[in-house]
Design a protein around this ligand. Sequence first.
Ligand code: SF4
Length: 53
Amino acid sequence: MDNINHCISCNVKGCKHHCSCEDYCSLGHIQVGAKECFPGDEECTDCRSFERK
Ligand code: SF4
């Protein structure tokens, strides 16, 4: 990965957008979504820009 976006910290190493050398995303922006309209905890939210390696 050439682009390291230091504004998006991420530890999802199984994503093809992850900068494998550092825990950051390589995308310019990401989409975050929730499984529920009003999530009650952090497990209810996910990165929708994830793509499997
Ligand atoms: S797209 Fe989402 S899951 Fe993938 S590296 Fe970027 S922030 Fe992490």
